[in-house]
Ligand binder design. Structure first.
Ligand SMILES: Nc1ncnc2c1ncn2[C@@H]1O[C@H](COP(=O)(O)OP(=O)(O)OP(=O)(O)O)[C@@H](O)[C@H]1O
Length: 638
């Protein structure tokens, strides 16, 4: 059976049947055949023993009616048999329950693992589409529904079926003609259940979806609680939550309405009435003894449990199937990339080549026909107005996204031909939005090495990233657990941890996205030095607004609306490209209004109509900011 493509797989991962929710569910208990067999056999024996009780009760009746010594002996025998039977029934009941409980928990565990591994292997494009709350609802609640579907749901159904079938066999043993009422009941029961499941399915689906919506809304509000508070939108959020909660509740009411019209209990009442009538007719005709009649009615009474419980057990199974479908939808979703385990591996030198690369997020291209080359060890600054595609471009290097057209090569090997693990493990990224986990600081730094780093190396990396002193000041030092998304740390501290993390892996290619924007000026120099140190000997793509960083670059790429407008050294671009100068003027206004000192400094950002050359701010060439000599781009707008 086809397994969806994945960016990540576990070596000895067991395959389940993905062809449909029911097959997928069944393929799980089949992995644990011993427990499945223990459950079926235990239930069967338990039900057989159970069904023998009415027969023995009938014999007891006959014994009482017979009377005398023989009657008493018979009665004593029946009592002994009953005690033994009840004890045995208890043992087999215990075995069956134990086995289903193990099966249910293993189903939950296996399904959760399978879903989680599958999510790890999905592409960024897939994750961009997901709402975290809904995903969590599937990973937590839908998976738990699978467990309750097995126990008590499926457990009760098997019990019910056996408890329904075995009495019918015993009834046939008394007199086959007595089968008339139970068989008619069984047939009508089958059709009633089919109808019930058919009606319940869309309601259960809506219910699970609405629970996902409820969760997604809640998770978004909690994650964005700061925005909710500062904009005083608590009331609106409360109303939104109430609307979602009401939809969820309405589904429950609908489910209740369907359950209220559940037919089988009524059908059983009719069947029991018919059975009594039929039994009495046969008794009066002398074809049945009183004991047989009592046993028959007792056996008919045994149908009460499976019928009564079926509304509950079939509902659980129905919800379980819906949950399985929701989980399977995620697992089966095709992802664009695969691990390419047979692909190129080996130490990267760091030569990056873009050949006529275009890429879009589904709509308009965000990167257009872009070509450039970065030699091993070079620092390439990427400059462009906001939204011009700088970050997107860097995400094509480690295959977070794949180019739609053109080729990206590292060390002369097309990215498609690289082993994905080998490729990504040699490229480090320090993103704008740094992600930290709610784990100890040391683990956060060592994360890029799969936590296999030695503490000394972690400390060394932290020192190089200028993070050591603030970590030492924290209560538990390197063992301090930081809050989710690093909220207990300042922006600058988070960035220093990210730098330490990047340092630890010793990557051949480094991508720095606006890496020092959140660092205060007091620590900035130290951080700049740390960053400069980590650039040494690696190919670096540097998205930055900082002049000091741009001046480290061997080459600057100027991007506008996804296209490469010009490339060259900082000085060359200042000299010949008006757009470049204008972008610096723009940064000046937007990003660093305070960063225009009276005197000219190394980090000073050019004003409109000024340009840096050799660290000295020069007046713009005649004609103002838009007029320069050389291959210019005067008519390009910001
Ligand atoms: N995940 C995404 N899905 C859809 N569109 C996206 C996604 N990420 C970015 N974009 C769009 O792609 C364009 C380029 O975004 P990108 O983040 O690459 O620009 P940028 O130059 O790095 O911007 P900035 O300097 O503000 O960080 C923007 O129009 C943006 O809206």
């Amino acid at each position: 059976m086809a397994t969806p493509r994945s960016e990540f797989t576990v070596a000895d991962q067991r395959r389940s049947d993905l062809r449909g929710p029911v097959r997928w569910i069944l393929s799980h208990p089949l992995r644990h055949r011993r427990y499945a067999a223990g459950f079926l056999l235990g239930s069967l024996i338990m039900v057989v023993l159970n069904s023998a009780i009415p027969g023995l009760t009938g014999t007891a009746f006959d014994a009482v009616v017979t009377g005398g010594d023989e009657g008493r002996r018979k009665l004593a025998g029946v009592v002994v048999a009953l005690v033994g039977l009840v004890l045995l029934r208890g043992v087999f009941d215990l075995i069956a329950r134990l086995c289903t409980e193990v099966l249910a928990k293993r189903m939950e565990r296996d399904a959760r693992e399978e879903l989680y591994t599958s999510l790890l292997g999905k592409s960024q494009t897939f994750h961009n589409r997901q709402r975290v709350g809904d995903l969590m609802a599937r990973a937590a609640n839908d998976v738990r529904q699978l467990s309750t579907m097995i126990s008590p749901g499926f457990d009760l159904i098997v019990d019910s079926m056996l408890q329904g079938l075995v009495p019918i066999v015993f009834i046939a043993l008394i007199d086959p003609r007595l089968l008339l009422a139970p068989v008619l009941f069984a047939v009508s029961f089958y059709f009633a259940i089919r109808h019930y499941m058919h009606r319940l399915s869309p309601v259960s689906t809506a219910m699970r979806d609405q629970f996902g919506n409820l969760n997604a809304g809640l998770s978004e509000a909690v994650r964005g609680i700061e925005v909710v508070k500062v904009t005083a939108q608590e009331e609106q959020e409360a109303r939104r939550f109430e609307t979602n909660a009401r939809s969820y509740r309405d589904s429950f009411v609908k489910q209740g309405m369907i359950q209220a019209r559940y037919l089988p209990t009524l059908l059983l009442a009719v069947a029991t009435g018919g059975a009594l009538l039929h039994g009495l007719v046969l008794y009066r005709a002398g074809d049945l003894s009183l004991g047989d009649l009592v046993a028959y009615l007792g056996l008919m009474g045994l149908l009460g449990f499976p019928t009564g419980i079926s509304i509950f057990s079939f509902s659980l199974v129905q919800i379980g199937i819906v949950s399985a479908r929701r989980i399977l939808t995620l697992i089966q979703e095709e992802t664009e990339l695969d691990q390419n385990t047979a692909g190129h591996q080996g130490r990267m030198r760091g030569e990056i080549v873009f050949e006529n690369v275009s890429f879009g997020y589904g709509g308009e291209p965000v990167v257009r026909d872009l070509s450039f080359r970065a030699e091993p060890g070079q620092t390439v600054a990427i400059v462009g107005e906001t939204g011009s595609g700088k970050s997107t471009l860097t995400k094509l290097v480690n295959r977070i996204y794949d180019a739609d057209q053109g080729r990206v090569l590292i060390d002369g090997v097309d990215l498609h031909d690289w082993n994905l693990d080998s490729l990504r493990s040699q490229i480090s990224t320090i993103e704008q939005d740094i992600v930290l986990f709610s784990r100890p600081i040391a683990e956060n730094i060592a994360f890029s090495l799969g936590q296999r780093a030695h503490r000394d190396d972690v400390v060394r990396a932290a020192k190089d990233a200028q993070a050591h002193s603030f970590i030492e000041e924290l209560e538990d030092g390197y063992d301090t657990v930081i809050g989710e998304r690093g909220v207990t740390l300042s922006g600058g501290q988070r960035q220093r941890l990210a730098i330490a993390r990047a340092l630890l892996t010793d990557p051949a290619v480094l991508i720095l996205d606006d890496s020092t924007s959140a660092i205060d000026s007091a620590t900035e120099d130290e951080i700049q030095q740390a960053i400069r140190r980590i650039l040494q000997g690696r190919t670096t793509l540097l998205i930055t607004h900082r002049l000091s960083q741009i001046r480290w670059a061997d080459k600057v790429l100027l991007i506008q609306r996804g296209a490469l407008v010009d490339q060259g050294t900082h000085e060359e671009l200042l000299e010949r490209c008006a757009l470049y100068r204008r972008i610096f003027a723009h940064y000046d206004e937007v990003a660093h209004p305070e960063a225009v000192p009276a005197e000219v400094g190394a980090d000073r950002i050019a004003e409109p109509g000024e340009a840096f050359t050799d660290g000295v701010l020069q007046p713009a060439p005649a004609g103002g900011p838009g007029r320069t000599a050389g291959p210019d781009h005067d008519d390009e707008e910001l």
